[in-house]
Design a protein around this ligand. Structure first.
Ligand SMILES: NC(=O)c1ccc[n+]([C@@H]2O[C@H](COP(=O)([O-])OP(=O)(O)OC[C@H]3O[C@@H](n4cnc5c(N)ncnc54)[C@H](O)[C@@H]3O)[C@@H](O)[C@H]2O)c1
Length: 402
């Protein structure tokens, strides 16, 4: 499969939209209000300060990479609702069905921003752009001057990395470096990026905590995500950028990714086709419903000021940069894949034809998130049940395909 950008309809690419994005007066926005009842004792152990409320309203313009992707779509939708100004980029590659990516963009209604709408001020814009295009990224960042960059664009998937390793180096190493370096050069102070639970590899200690060592990745995908964390740390140390790596645990939900098991299991079960369960279906997975991911990030953005150290802190003396942070975001209720399939069967009202097969190289046996750091920081714990989440996914799946 080619990973080069598709020459799809060149909609969404609109200089006017970007110009208005840049000049918009943010004073008119109502910013979201959150409950900041944080545990100060826990915060102090994690080197956090309580939110600096002067900083909350300073996060106004946000660049989201991978905006046409599963998480990028949901996050863009939520942040637009919360009153932020969003600029999305994506290369719309064909790793999975690009018409789904296009449909997500259509649903976000980004296409309304063309010259015919010049009398209105858009709050969102989209540009077809590849993370490998450093000059393009620099130009865009110069135009929009975001307060925050959220990097979700990446070559995802563990199994694909066995056959297409170069795609991971290009997208997740070169691409990650490009967006981080371009952000630094343009003076962006806040940078959130997607890491992954896969960095924990086959660690025996469970649940996985951010303080655990993550030195033994078992897939190239995991190695690139761990590398992202190391590179981000370096930028925090050298340039005092606040960087936040989010280790997502198996995210699922409506508008999801067709390459993920829950998605293609649903397709196969409905079609009466067999599904293959690796390691006899005994692998444990911590599934996280998309709304829990989005809620976590939405709460994190206005509180990012709290992640900065006191001004008298000598960062060059620190072993770990006080500007670099990692959070797990996971449902914390792992289930064996067999049980997951049973729940899916219940929701679909149809039995699966299961093929129990051997362990797959690159896979891990078990994932479970320790989310105490997240809870302490944003006063929120992901909690949507598998049954509830899968019901929402199946509802969407049926309406999208049937
Ligand atoms: N979904 C999960 O379960 C999960 C778990 C752990 C980590 N993550 C990470 O979260 C992020 C978002 O994941 P997702 O599930 O939404 O995946 P996704 O594939 O749906 O979204 C990624 C988007 O990035 C775009 N993209 C890829 N390479 C690009 C490049 N070089 N330039 C520009 N755009 C590019 C793709 O076209 C896609 O639309 C990824 O970094 C992924 O590794 C996801």
């Amino acid at each position: 499969m080619s990973l080069s950008p598709l020459s799809l309809r060149p909609v969404y690419v609109c200089d006017y939209a970007l110009a208005s994005f840049w000049t918009f007066d943010f004073q008119t926005f109502d910013f979201p209000t959150f409950d900041f009842r944080l545990s100060t004792s826990r915060l102090s152990t994690l080197d956090f300060r309580l939110p600096d409320f002067r900083l909350i309203s300073s996060m106004k313009k946000i660049l989201i990479t991978g905006a046409a992707g599963f998480i990028g779509y949901h996050l863009s939708q939520r942040l637009l609702k919360d009153g932020y100004r969003i600029c999305g980029i994506d290369n719309l590659n064909d790793y999975y069905d690009p018409t789904l990516k296009q449909a997500r963009l259509d649903h976000l209604q980004l296409s309304t921003f063309d010259r015919s709408t010049s009398s209105t001020t858009p709050r969102q814009a989209f540009r077809l752009l590849d993370l490998q295009d450093f000059d393009g990224l620099t130009k865009l960042l110069t135009e929009i001057q975001p307060d925050l960059v959220i990097n979700l664009a990446a070559q995802a998937g563990v199994r694909y990395s066995l056959e297409h390793p170069r795609a991971y180096i290009q997208g997740n190493i070169d691409g990650f470096f490009n967006i981080l370096e371009a952000s630094k050069q343009q003076g962006v102070q806040n940078f959130i990026y997607a890491s992954s639970s896969s960095v924990y590899g086959n660690n025996a200690k469970s649940p996985f905590a951010e303080t655990d060592r993550v030195d033994y990745p078992v897939s190239l995908y995991a190695a690139t995500k761990k590398s992202n964390e190391l590179i981000a740390h370096t930028y925090s140390h050298l340039y005092q950028m606040t960087t936040v790596g989010l280790r997502f645990f198996t995210v699922y939900g409506p508008w999801g990714r067709p390459d993920m098991a829950y998605y293609f299991f649903t397709k196969a079960i409905l079609a009466g086709e067999p599904i293959r369960l690796f390691n006899q279906g005994l692998n444990l997975r911590d599934y996280t419903y998309i709304d829990d991911i989005v809620e976590s990030i939405a709460r994190m953005i206005p509180t990012m000021g709290a992640l900065k150290p006191d001004s008298d802190f000598d960062q060059y003396q620190a072993t770990r940069s006080p500007f670099h942070h990692i959070f797990n975001i996971g449902g914390s209720q792992p289930v064996p894949v067999l049980e997951f399939v049973q729940t899916l069967e219940d929701v679909l009202g149809k039995k699966a034809c299961k093929e129990l097969v051997d362990f797959q190289p690159g896979d891990v046996f078990s994932t479970q998130a320790d989310t105490q750091a997240l809870e302490s920081f944003i006063n929120f714990k992901p909690g949507i049940s598998l049954k509830e989440g899968l019901a929402e996914f199946v509802k969407w799946y049926r309406s999208y395909y049937e």
